[in-house]
Design a protein. Structure first.
Lengths: 229, 229
């Protein structure tokens, strides 16, 4: 189509700091089934991760987007891999990690899953219910351990001591950078079209990206990261 | 707008068995927070409930649509009330019940909510987690107890003994009709655009509505219900 040719031409003429780079972005929530109807999950529209993937592609990268269940269109020229559970996402990311130059983990992966999952519908019981939950495998920690030359970026959604918790998480998980989302603030975070974040790098850089559209936040994020790499 | 005038004219010229009726439809899931990030919910796109609301409006009813969080446009000429939790939905429905002629409860209301909910983000713990859940108030049961002249229609999403479980639920909750969804079958139920259901009424009617679009299912459902009322 003509539009593809125009986009391709624009792309060739524009600033391409990620040209030739393999970038993997995770986005969205994961869903951990209790039974065929009920599930446990995290708030996440996937919009921030999709914006990061789109902008990486605009900047010349070959982008793989590993996404949990979201209601979003795949941006053009991006390979999308759909997953449901934290375990699916672990497998999808780990199996592709060796081929990547940069990984941005923007997904809100469930950190617990029901210990027992039912294929059928659990019948209601009278009174209360105790649900046993088991920790899921920590994808970011596994990536931090497995990494060789990859530049690894995590997200931290925090309500308290956001910067300190973010910095601790970056060190603990062996990340190169972390994007801190203070989700106690309105208009930034999960379902909104806007966001405001703090970007911390393990070289000591600290950049505040003010409230704006998630695509603009993604542009500033990549601008900061590409200078640091 | 011209399109509204055309629609209005079509409506005046078409079959209007629900003209002058107040119809309330519930749709979508409810979300029960564990904390600011994590939550417990049910699979539900809201598509079946929205189709039932739209068709009721096409048939002349004044429609109120009480919806949990879904990614759907409100059909024209319908009053939409957005809710999040089972408790919100209980309040929204019960406060409007006396004004209704017909209530169709198509929402997948969470039947359990975390006993303790946290305003902030719960920090991960090492190892497993036991989550205490409390039963939410049963909206359909409350409607069945409160009803005077209202025609009350419930849904049953079942994986086993669908018809028997549906009939039991209709009796137990004092419903006039129940729509049974066998969710163990592919292509019917939660996220799909198609559905196939069995409609049972307390007068003993049993109508099978075969697999087709949710809007077509809604048309056949109203066709069956309006004959029975």
């Amino acid at each position: 189509r003509i539009i593809d040719v125009v986009e391709q031409t624009e792309k060739q003429n524009s600033y391409q700091p990620l040209a030739g780079k393999q970038v993997l972005v995770t986005a969205g929530p994961t869903i951990e089934a209790v039974d065929v109807v009920r599930y446990f999950t995290n708030h996440s529209s996937g919009k921030m991760g999709f914006a990061i993937a789109k902008v990486a592609c605009d900047l010349g990268a070959n982008v793989t987007l590993v996404s949990g269940p979201v209601e979003l269109e795949t941006p053009p020229n991006i390979e999308r891999v759909d997953v449901t559970t934290a375990e699916d996402m672990y497998d999808a990311v780990m199996s592709r990690f060796n081929d990547q130059d940069i990984v941005v983990s923007a997904a809100a992966v469930a950190d617990y899953k029901p210990t027992n999952q039912y294929d059928r519908k659990m019948k209601k019981q009278s009174g209360d219910l105790t649900l046993e939950l088991t920790r899921t495998r920590d994808i970011l920690q596994a990536l931090g351990k497995a990494k060789s030359t990859q530049y690894l970026v995590g997200f931290a959604a925090e309500t308290d001591d956001a910067i300190k918790n973010g910095r601790d998480k970056m060190a603990r998980k062996n990340l190169d950078a972390i994007v801190v989302n203070d989700i106690s603030q309105d208009e930034q975070g999960f379902k909104t079209d806007t966001n405001a974040v703090e970007v911390l790098t393990n070289k000591g850089e600290h950049q505040s990206i003010p409230l704006q559209s998630k695509e603009k936040v993604a542009q500033q994020l990549w601008s900061t990261l590409t200078k640091e790499m």
